[in-house]
Design a protein around this ligand. Structure first.
Ligand SMILES: [Zn+2]
Length: 684
């Protein structure tokens, strides 16, 4: 369609929002507004970029780098609204709009990075970077802009550029294929049982789900398959050892059977192509390329983290394994403990040790109490206040919007809360933004943040009572929300949660630490009927049960980290045997005998069908950071104003405006160490 023909009048997405804080005017937005809005916003973005490119003046930081950062505002506003709705209140129409819009959005992004004139201008400014007298945030913006282009191939010769694009295309195809193979392997297996006695030990809820599954397929009895809601409890509770073994082998040999769904060839090809990408861009291996844009910066830092944790976890894991073995023997088990025995006896021992379950805790976690506890924590630490404002439009009547104010009464952010599951909302929990934060012409444009959950609904007789893990999830997402709401950057691309991936979970995970502190729980965890505070004994149990098998669970995460790093630090194309390579890579982390028929790599979607290549260590990295940061609160006081203010000023307000290690050291006075994490997990 010719751009002049796009009808803009009457499309609320293309007009100024006449709502409180210019929030999205949901009641006015109709589904048919989105595609025309995307097209018009892309056209506008393109013409903004054209203006930069055709500027006859010499390139400067302002007329090129800042100007580029400010392009695409209308597109960001539109995608912000659309993709939030696609997750929180979706339907088939929105899904088909997404399919139609995605290629347009991808093309817009690609064209930008392939624009040689634009890159030339950026490069001119970049070459003068030391003479420009830039602030730290401006320096980061310049460096990031330049490296984003370089990492997309802007500095390559024409021939290399062509190869770079071929590789990217083949890699994304292989990644889809890899994930698809694992999914088809998962879906094609079923264990059909007609004799109920073979299912002894399974909880009623799980039996019901297995019976439903059989009924769906028009069969008698029960079907156990490899989906996690069935697989995990089966391995924990089924008394029948042969069936556990059978299911374990089916699960763990996915895409490793030498048939059409086997992933070994895909891994070899991907490892080779990733290495070629890294080499093209001047890195000796793929991990170096990835980690350049992470807090860790290089493979050495990742290995040093893995090794430090390994030293503490391995001896603990051996002890824990021996304890479970002794327990199994006390139950009459006489053979060697195998991976298919492990979850079963570990679960039994846990039940006998702690006697703690969700139902015991839920009465103390009524949703409204938890909300006041979580918001109250932000009031105590940072002086924030939360005022519901029903005049802010919402996309569903259950969404409650707040205005968030700073201690001095200054407006900080809009916060939408959306707590319960609905048809049209995807599973899980997340924080997102409808609008980011930035400063322009002396005006601080404040963000619109949302937190979305799938918490237990209230019933006719009971209010919404959360599980302990739901309380933690709330604190976690609220931590991301604080990162967004307190943002104080100039450039939106460096604001709030726009930080390196191995740093983004610090603000969220640190909040979870308060969940097991009695001083915090005492403020809001009261029985919904009697008003009694949670008994001290329960609080202590939560804490000790948290660390059950901490050594073994950490060791497992480390084994995946080592495997990931082994694949992505290769400096030659891989032609060997996948299984051998894997066993070798994680040998020192393995507590059970090698089983020939199974393979992790061929089903490791994080590495080969997700974004975690050379990034799996990030889970542990984030734990180290949050424990290390929280230990300062433990030392100075859980609600210490000075520590809180330093965390706010140095971390939460800063977004990605400087390198995360610089920000972190400013808060903590030194680089993080593993000590606090080991102490918290009872491993030290
Ligand atoms: Zn998170």
């Amino acid at each position: 369609m010719h751009s002049a023909q796009i009808k803009t009048s009457g499309n609320p997405l293309l007009e100024v929002f006449k709502t409180p804080h210019e929030t999205a005017p949901f009641p006015l937005i109709k589904e048919e507004h989105f595609l025309p809005a995307f097209k018009e916003a892309i056209r506008k973005g393109e013409s903004e970029i054209q203006k930069i490119v055709s500027n006859s003046k010499n390139p400067t930081f302002n007329n090129t780098v800042v100007a580029l950062e400010r392009t695409g505002r209308l597109l960001n506003r539109t995608t912000g609204i659309f993709f939030n709705l696609l997750s929180s209140e979706t339907n088939e129409t929105l899904q088909s709009i997404a399919e139609e819009a995605s290629p347009l959005l991808t093309k817009f992004g690609n064209d930008l990075f392939l624009n040689p004139v634009l890159f030339d201008r950026i490069n001119v400014v970049y070459q003068q970077k030391n003479d420009l007298d830039l602030t730290p945030e401006q320096k980061t913006l310049l460096e990031d802009t330049y490296t984003d282009f370089v990492r997309k191939g802007a500095n390559l010769s024409d021939e290399e550029k062509m190869r770079f694009r071929e590789i990217s295309k083949e890699l994304s195809m292989l990644s889809l294929k890899f994930g698809d193979n694992v999914l088809r392997e998962t879906n094609r297996y079923e264990m059909h049982i007609t004799d109920k006695s073979r299912l002894s030990g399974l909880p009623d809820g799980m039996l019901e789900a297995a019976a439903d599954k059989a009924r769906e397929k028009g069969k008698e009895g029960w079907i156990i398959d490899l989906t996690l809601p069935l697989y995990t409890p089966f391995m924990k509770y089924a008394d029948n050892r042969e069936l556990r073994k059978k299911l374990y082998l089916a699960y763990s040999s996915r895409s490793f059977k030498g048939d059409e769904l086997d992933n070994q060839g895909n891994i070899k090809r991907m490892i080779t192509l990733r290495l070629e990408t890294a080499n093209l861009l001047g890195y000796k291996n793929y991990a170096c390329y990835v980690l350049k844009k992470r807090m860790a910066t290089a493979p050495e830092a990742v290995y040093s983290l893995l090794n430090d944790l390994y030293k503490a976890c391995f001896p603990a894991a051996l002890k824990e394994k021996a304890e479970v073995e002794r327990y199994a023997q006390s139950m009459g088990f006489t053979e060697e403990l195998m991976p298919w025995d492990w979850p079963y006896y570990a679960e039994k021992l846990k039940a006998s040790k702690y006697n703690l379950n969700d139902e015991m805790l839920k009465p103390y976690f009524e949703l409204n109490h938890v909300i006041s506890g979580v918001f109250g924590l932000a009031t105590e630490l940072y002086g924030l206040t939360f005022t519901p404002n029903r005049k802010i439009p919402v996309y569903h009547e259950e969404v409650l919007p707040y205005e968030v104010f700073d201690a001095d009464g200054r407006f900080l952010s809009v916060l939408y809360t959306d707590f319960h599951p609905r048809e049209g909302k995807r599973g899980g929990a997340w924080m997102n933004e409808f609008k980011g934060q930035w400063k322009e012409n002396g005006v601080d444009s404040r963000p619109h943040i949302t937190i979305v959950m799938n918490f237990t609904r209230p019933t006719k007789t009971k209010p919404a009572l959360l599980t302990f893990s739901e309380v933690r999830t709330f604190l976690h997402e609220f931590g991301h929300a604080l990162h967004g709401m307190l943002a104080d950057s100039t450039y939106s691309v460096l604001s709030g949660t726009n930080v390196y991936r191995d740093f983004v979970e610090l603000p969220s995970q640190i909040m979870e630490n308060w969940a097991v502190e009695k001083e915090f729980l005492n403020r809001f965890a009261r029985h919904y009927k009697t008003g009694e505070p949670m008994p001290e004994e329960l609080v202590n149990k939560i804490k000790t049960a948290e660390n059950y098998l901490a050594g073994i669970l950490s060791l497992r995460q480390l084994s995946f980290g080592y495997l990931d790093m082994a694949w992505h630090t290769l400096e030659e194309p891989f032609e060997g045997n996948i299984k051998e390579f894997e066993e070798n890579a994680w040998k020192k982390t393995q507590l059970f005998p090698v089983i020939e028929k199974v393979c992790m790599s061929t089903q490791f979607s994080h590495l080969f069908a997700g974004g975690y290549a050379a990034g799996y260590y990030g889970y542990k990295w984030a734990e180290v950071l949050d424990a290390d940061a929280f230990s300062l609160f433990k030392e100075k006081g859980l609600f210490n104003k000075e520590v809180a203010s330093s965390f706010r000023k140095n971390i939460l307000e800063k977004g990605g405006s400087e390198h995360p290690m610089v920000l972190y050291k400013r808060f903590r006075g030194q680089e993080p160490t593993v000590d606090a994490l080991l102490k918290r997990s009872g491993l030290k």
